[in-house]
Design a protein around this ligand. Structure first.
Ligand code: NDP
Length: 397
């Protein structure tokens, strides 16, 4: 039996651990090439030894000695730093999970595509910041991108055997996150602990807070536009507190295909792992009678201004997504660090987008409209982060 060569970028995170859970259940089918992480050296080393990976890489140079020590005698190679991450992603593999958090996931994902691997894409920032670039890289190298975000996996599955030209609309559902039922006036005082607890999903802290603010959903709307290449006006959001329907696709004959499943990322990860076949997965089977009812609400852009900002970004195009993401990452750092209130995250992103749409400043419209290359995305990312830091200073000061 030929084993599939797999690598997992962001192996120590929530998506990475769920991916390892699936692979470790079926070790005879996989040859693990590379596992990468950042600060969680103990987990990275344990998994690399358990899965007999060729190499384990931490993003941080200063943690290389710790990683070496943790891997001593195991035969697993250790490496550190950004270049080592890119090199690990470029090692020949059939399937690579892209699950690094943030814009840091873009370059390793591109390296995986450039060696022709199928890229299972969880890292939202890749499509949001550089959709055209990563699609072009995949096309040039004959590589395939499979969505892992549950909403996009759902749309992808609903589209199997369908013609995209017959699609009228794509509806992305949103749980509404931690504050969906809070009075809007209380949101400004939401604490970090309150924002870090999700009613339905067990995920990393950053994405959990982004769910409460709906910046996560905003990213997904932009991803939908990039992945399925439909117009912004065809993409809708609906609040669905039960998180059972992940997305729906509406066709020109009035049919609405919904993907229904338990809130367990191993479904979307497993679908991408086994695509184009389906294999048994260890996820709960839904008992519809017990669930009883599924409910839906209109998304309120006063409560969740991130949705309005996403629409602005989709309409603007170019590298507006990179500006949006960079500003969002810094605003999120600002909230986590206690420098700004929960509701100020959207204010910061709006200010930076506004700056980037004007002419003349350090970050300006010419950056958004420049050719999308990795260097230009990095430049926009850098400038937008600086602009967001300045905006936070203004608010805090
Ligand atoms: P986590 O925060 O749980 O994990 C992030 C991973 O990235 C960890 O392995 C972490 O290493 C690593 N990492 C952190 N910073 C860097 C860096 N600068 N360079 C390289 N590696 C780094 O995130 P999630 O697993 O929740 O999410 C991963 C991606 O998938 C995100 O883009 C998220 O939006 C997306 N996603 C997540 C979903 C979920 O259910 N969690 C659902 C859909 C999409 P370490 O832990 O060792 O520090």
């Amino acid at each position: 039996m030929t084993k599939r060569r797999v690598s997992i970028l962001g192996a120590t995170g929530s998506i990475g651990q769920n991916t390892i859970d699936l692979i470790a259940r079926d070790p005879d089918h996989y040859d693990v090439v590379a596992l990468t992480g950042a600060r969680n050296i103990g987990q990275l080393a344990r998994d690399a030894i358990k899965l007999n990976a060729d190499i384990a890489v931490t993003a941080h140079d200063d943690l290389l000695d710790d990683l070496r020590a943790a891997l001593a005698g195991s035969g697993v190679q250790a490496a550190a730093g950004q270049a080592a991450l890119d090199e690990a992603a470029a090692r020949p593999a059939d399937w690579v999970m892209s699950a690094i958090v943030g814009a840091a996931g873009l370059a390793p994902g591109m390296a995986a595509l450039a060696q022709g691997a199928t890229l299972a894409l969880a890292n939202k920032e890749s499509l949001v910041c550089a959709g055209a670039l990563i699609k072009a890289t995949a096309a040039t190298h004959g590589a395939r991108i499979l969505p892992v975000d549950s909403e996009h996996s759902a749309v992808f599955q609903a589209l199997i055997g369908e013609n995209i030209a017959a699609v009228e609309r794509i509806i992305i559902t949103a749980s509404g996150g931690a504050f969906r039922d809070w009075p809007i006036a209380d949101l400004a005082n939401a604490s970090l602990a309150q924002a870090s607890s999700h009613p339905n999903w067990d995920m990393g802290q950053r994405i959990t807070i982004d769910s409460a603010s709906m910046f996560n959903k905003a990213m997904e709307l932009i991803e939908t536009r990039e992945f399925f290449e439909v117009s912004p006006s065809q993409i809708e959001t609906v609040v669905h507190p039960e998180s059972m329907i992940h997305a729906l696709v509406g066709f020109n004959d009035g049919a609405l295909m919904a993907h229904v499943g338990p809130p367990d990322m191993r479904h979307a990860i497993g679908f991408a792992l086994h695509w184009p076949t389906r294999k048994t997965l260890p996820v709960a089977r839904l008992d519809l009678v017990q669930i009883g009812a599924l409910t839906f609400r209109a998304p309120d852009e006063t409560r969740w201004p991130a949705l309005r900002l996403a629409r602005e970004v989709m309409e603007r195009g170019g590298m507006a997504g990179a500006v949006f993401n960079a500003a969002k990452e810094i605003a999120l750092d600002g909230f986590i660090g206690g420098h700004i209130q929960f509701t100020q995250m959207a204010d910061i992103v709006a200010v930076v987008l506004d700056t980037a749409n004007r002419d003349g400043g350090a970050l300006n419209a010419s950056h958004i409209d420049a050719t999308m290359t990795l260097d230009n995305v990095r430049e926009v990312n850098h400038l937008a982060r600086k602009a967001a830091q300045a905006a936070i200073k203004n608010r805090a000061g």
